[in-house]
Each structure stands twice: as C-alpha cells, then as structure tokens.
Ligand binder design. Sequence first.
Ligand code: G3P
Length: 215
Amino acid sequence: MKFFIDTGIVEEIVQAKEWGFIDGVTTNPSLIAKSGRTQEEVISEICQIIDGPISAEVISTEKEGMIKEGAELAKINDNVVIKLPLTEDGISACKWFSDNGIKTNVTLCFSPLQALLAAKNGATYISPFIGRLDDIGHDGMRIIEEIRHIYDNYGYPTEILAASIRHSTHVRDAAMVGADVSTMPLKVLKQLFKHPLTDSGLEAFLRDHAQSQNK
Ligand code: G3P
C-alpha cells in the first residue's frame, strides 16, 4: 500500500519525509487555504521535497475552466496529478486529461457507481471519502470494498485512494480490503507507529540496561 500525506503545510511534509515511507501528497482547496499561500507556490515547493504524485485540485466547476486550470498546474512538474470533482464536468475533463497523458485524481467520490465512471474515463486515482461517509452514519469502508470488487471484475487500472481518513483503524481496514493508497493527515501517520506495549517494552529494556550498567 502506498502512503500519501494529506496536507498543504510544507513543514509537515518535510517532517513526514524523514520517516522514509511517504510516496506522495494530496491537497485540496481547504488544505491550501489553511497554508495561507497560493496553490502554485505550495505545489511547486512540495514538488522539490517529494518525488512522487502530488495532487492539486482545480477550482473551476466547468469543463473548459478545469482543463485550462489543470493544464497550467500540470506544467509545474511531471509529478503533478490534477484533482477533479466527481461531477459531470469533472468526469468529462478527466477524459480530456487521460487522452492527453496527464494524471488525474477524481475526488469527492461517495459511491461505487461514481468510481466506475472515473475508471471508465481513465482516472489515475479515485478518492472515496470514507470519514465523511462514516460521519453521516454510512459505512465508508464498504464503498472501498465495492469499488475494489468492481475494478477487479473488469481490470480497471485506476488506483483506489482511500481519503478522508480520520484514524489509524481506517488505514488498517483500507489495507485489508485492498485500497491501493491511503492518504492521511500527519496526526494519523503518527498514530500508525503507536502501541502502548512498544512504549512500555522499550522503557523496560532501557531500565534493565541502566541497572546492569550500575552493578
Ligand atoms: O483530501 C481529501 C480528504 O482527505 C479530506 O478529508 O477529513 O476533510 O474529510 P476530510
């Protein structure tokens, strides 16, 4: 499974890169707004830090605007992936980008049928939002399972990018049901390391070592 960090804060990406297992980055307009900087600035800087797919989302809601904006973003770096909303215009624009060899990430996906449309138009990634589905009492992980099943039935190469991940259990479950990628905030990446028995075990090893040195 690939791990992406979901943030527009460059310092967080620098910190996570130290661990050695970050494969890419996702952003969205809300995350970029939190950074207080322009999308172009943030994306250009991220491309200098991470050598992997970096998703940048269009703001336009009409196909022509999406194509214009996305084509500009794609010029920043070959690693830039154009993030498009799962609307009629977004899906049409996805086809244009696939036909022109530009990678896409179709976002705001909440159903397997939406994911099927994205795959049919050659999306590189589909982003089902599992946390937001859980928030309204639906089963977010079930959507990932259904998309996996459908994509495997027909051999679609579109990668399933589990998004809107809120905690480490989401990451475990997404890996169990075969999502290709999990994108998560720094807070969740840190949770992946944690187990109380690791902490208490290490504490005991260090205490025993210190005691043996004092003899
Ligand atoms: O980047 C898309 C997604 O991960 C957003 O997550 O927590 O705002 O639902 P969230």
